[in-house]
Every structure is written in structure tokens, then in C-alpha cells.
Design a protein around this ligand. Sequence first.
Ligand code: CO8
Length: 294
Amino acid sequence: MTDQQTRSEAPELVLVEHPARRRGPDGASVEPPEPLPGVALVTLNRPRALNALSFALLLRLAETVEELDADPACRAIVITGAGTRAFAAGADVAELAEQTAESLAASPGFRGWDRVAAVATPTIAAVRGFALGGGAELALACDMVVAGDEATFGQPEINLGVIPGAGGTQRLARAIGKARAMELVLTGRRVSAAEAERLGFVTRVVPAAETLGAALDLASAVAAQPVEAVRAAVAAVRAAFETPLAEGVRIERDLFGSLFGTPDQVEGMRAFAERREPRWRAPGAVARPTDGAS
Ligand code: CO8
């Protein structure tokens, strides 16, 4: 992928910056530009509709993260929304209003969230403004969430006569517990970034203008770690969401074992013995320990 690459079919729906550039405290790229090796930035780009997730946008998003996931030079993905008002205000309600049970069942739309959640590369949502409905579900589908202090999360679907349909009832319940998830889903109440952090589905809250920069810095820190161990850790922690405890512990043990004999395991333990910093392998084609593990 090239810097600021877009696709010809729908050039404005999703933007890609790979490698991403470091941002300053105002959210602007630092000068001179400083590429962050291994970090990709994916921007939902329908700011006038508060980045509402139309079927076309979801498809493009899923394709984009999967392409990045297949690129060995990409070691962490940040997903954000264009503009300052919203990460994403949900699925596109105008489009949803025209659906039937049958058309939805046949639609690949739901798979957009699943496909983002399934990539082996760690993902970070950088949330400013509204993350509602499918937007909150997209943040929940990411591995970590960095939120601006004015961000607002919520599952307002009940106010539309429906329920969360992109994993919200499941991922939210697992992230914050049944009683709290039930209240948010049944009332549609919005929560602030501070409350979301207290509830446990936001990794970190930062001043709004610093959101993207903080998410990119976090991604950069992850991208600098040994890649096979990162992917194993991602798969193991995700397994905690997907499996009973005993099965998750078994998956963790298998992944732990799979790292022994890898160059970075040998280097990491040798560096410890020699009291020096480890020198991890540069990004490149490596086996993916997540295969079949999550
Ligand atoms: N879909 C489509 N357009 C939207 C959406 C949306 N979810 N949210 C905002 N917009 C549009 C508005 O229509 C408006 O467009 P226009 O200027 O052309 O009229 C523009 O964005 C700006 O919005 P507002 O004027 O409403 O801005 P406000 O600041 O007054 O309000 C809110 C901001 C509170 C975020 C408000 O826009 C709102 O409530 N939006 C809808 C939130 C919502 O209900 N989200 C849940 C949608 S359902 C869902 O996500 C289900 C997910 C599972 C689906 C699975 C499908 C396969």
C-alpha cells in the first residue's frame, strides 16, 4: 500500500495512510513528517453523515483492513473517523430503514464488523465524538479503544425499535458485564468517555485533540514489539472472549509453546541473559500463530 492510498471504486469512503505519520498534540501531522513504521491508519470518511456505516463503507473497511493484515509491513492498525464530530454514528439509518428481515439475512453487511474483528493484526479505535450503535460496535470489535475526553458511546438502537445487531449485545456484555450492558441496551443511554473508561471498554481517555496522536503512539509501541509474540498475545486475549476458560487456557498454552524456537524468543531471552536490549527482527513475512487459534 502506498501513502494515503485510496481505491478507485469508492475513493472517499475509506482512506489509508501506511505508514501512518506521527501527530502532534493538535492532531496535525508533525513537521517534518515522521512515518511510524508498521502502523497503518484507516479513516472512515463520511464526515457529513457522521461517518455512518453504509453497506458500501463497511465492505470497503473490511477489504482495507484485510489487505493491511496480509501486508507483513503492517503490524498495527488504527481506525478512526474523519472530522471531529464522530467516530461513527452507527449503521446508515436511511439504508437500514429500507431493509426487510430477508434482505438483511442475505446482506454481507453484518460481516463487516466480524471481518474487522477477525484480522490477526492488533487494531485500535481512535474515537472522537459519537460512537453510537454500529459505531460503538466497531470500536468494541477493535482490540483497544483510545477515546477523546468529549467522546460519547451508546447503543441507541432501542430508540429505533430494534436492538444492536453487529455484536453489541455480546461484546458489550462480555466487556462490562450483563447488568451494565443490559441497562445501556435497554435504555439507549449514552455514556461519556470517562464513564466508558470506568466501565472498562475504553483503554485510555486523552484530551480530544490528542486522540489520534495517542492512538498512533500506542500502535507504534505495539508495532515495535516482536511480531509473532504480538499476534500470539492478540489471539490469546481474544480467545478469552470466545471460549470457556479451560479452552482459553489451552489456547494460551499452545500459543505460548509455539513461540519457542522463533528468532525473537531466542533473541529476547539471550538479550535478557546478556543484560542488553533485544533486537527484534524487522517487519517481514512470518508465520502467523493465530491460525486456527481463535
Ligand atoms: N445514519 C445515517 N445518517 C446519519 C446517522 C446514521 N446513523 N447519524 C447521523 N446521520 C446524518 C444525519 O442524518 C445528518 O445528515 P443531514 O445533515 O443530511 O440531515 C448528519 O448526519 C448530521 O446529523 P444530525 O443533524 O442528526 O446531528 P446532531 O448533532 O443533531 O445529532 C446524533 C447527532 C445524536 C449522533 C444523531 O445524528 C443521531 O442520533 N444519529 C443516529 C444514531 C443512531 O441511532 N445510531 C444507531 C443506528 S442503528 C445501528 O447502528 C445498527 C447496527 C447494526 C446494523 C447491522 C446492519 C447489517
